[in-house]
Design a protein. Structure first.
Lengths: 126, 226
């Protein structure tokens, strides 16, 4: 259960990034998680909601994109998604394939909105 | 609404420290390995047998992680190599900062091999780079042969699988060939050694693996220095 640490790291990154965008507030942060990254999505959401609760970032949404495990065939160059651990090339049946993704634990994007005239100065993300 | 691309690792701070550690290990020609398993698979026993086999003058040190107690460090200290316990106080894995902090008063120029025993957990340690040259996963025959399929991440990221407690094979319904096959489904070509830390069976292969990796570390250090 290391999702709390992961959620904290995501939030720290949001706060750092917000320093670069004065006059805006964050709406949504997007992360990419590979299916081989050993991260439980539900646990991550739960932890994220728990740490933003009753803070200035309470409304911040977490977007999770799950990335499948993909391999590239060393013989024919075919790139394919691995299902049920079957890493054989679907094109030429070679077993000489290399993993190219599926291990991600990355920050993808941050959506920010400008404060409306009435909200200026009312909120701070720092 | 503006969308700002971030495009960096979530654990970029951990990865930054891990990269610094890796560079220091490389500079000093140190092989660092990170042992990971469920609690009770035999990481500490494997380290005991390893330290027992190594010559007294060997330049080896051990960092051993647990949530509580100094028990593992106490077990390993009797071999007279430098050993430090990392007590995480609740955290279910070691991270690079803990390694950096616990290495602070050891001279890296006095070491050739750093053995790290992670907290007993087959999930979380997989996400944290410690600057090691290789992760090693230990699986014992009292667990299930489908562990690699249930916890693929750590088997995928480890260079070596140590199948431990093979002395118990006559007494447990564990299909060792199926376990190896499952590990290689997740990680094609994965190296596997079968050992019993109790009888010593198979430990020669483990020590051979370790010494080959140590040899491979040395020329790299020389190249960097020249």
């Amino acid at each position: 259960m290391h999702e709390m640490g992961i959620a904290n790291s995501v939030l720290e990154a949001v706060r750092t990034e917000m320093g670069l965008h004065p006059g805006t507030y964050p709406c949504k942060v997007g992360v990419r998680i590979g299916e081989m990254a050993a991260i439980d999505q539900d646990a991550l959401r739960f932890c994220f909601e728990a740490i933003v609760h009753e803070t200035d970032l309470e409304a911040l949404e977490l977007g999770i994109e799950v990335c499948p495990r993909r391999h590239r065939c060393q013989l024919c160059g075919c790139e394919f998604v691995v299902h049920d651990y079957d890493s054989r090339c679907p094109q030429c049946a070679s077993l000489a394939t290399t993993c190219i993704s599926g291990d991600e634990l990355e920050l993808a994007y941050l959506e920010v909105e400008e404060y409306g005239p009435s909200a200026v100065g009312a909120k701070s993300t720092q | 609404m503006d969308r700002v691309p971030l495009e960096r690792k979530v654990l970029s701070e951990n990865d930054r420290i891990a990269a610094e550690l890796r560079a220091r290990f490389l500079e000093h020609g140190i092989l660092c390995v990170n042992l990971i398993s469920s609690p009770g698979s035999g990481k500490t026993s494997l380290l005991e047998r390893t330290l027992e086999t190594l010559p007294r003058h060997d330049r080896v040190a051990v960092l051993t992680g647990d949530i509580q107690t100094e028990n593992d460090a106490n077990r390993l200290k009797r071999f007279h190599f430098p050993v430090k316990q990392i007590t995480t106080g609740g955290t279910c894995h070691l991270d690079a900062r803990m390694i950096e902090r616990h290495l602070a008063d050891w001279k890296l120029e006095d070491l050739d091999l750093l053995l790290i025993e992670n907290v007993g957990n087959l999930v979380c340690p997989a996400s944290y780079d410690l600057g090691e040259a290789a992760k090693i996963v230990v699986l014992s025959v009292t667990e299930g042969e489908d562990k690699p399929l249930k916890y693929p991440s750590i088997f995928f990221k480890s260079d070596l699988l140590v199948l431990n407690k093979i002395d118990l094979l006559p007494y447990v319904p564990f299909d060792i060939e199926a376990a190896a096959e499952n590990a290689r489904k997740v990680h094609p070509g994965m190296e596997i050694v079968k050992v019993s830390c109790l009888t010593g069976n198979g430990l020669h292969e483990w020590m051979m693996w370790l010494s080959e990796r140590r040899r491979a570390c040395k020329p790299l250090a020389k190249n960097t220095a020249s």
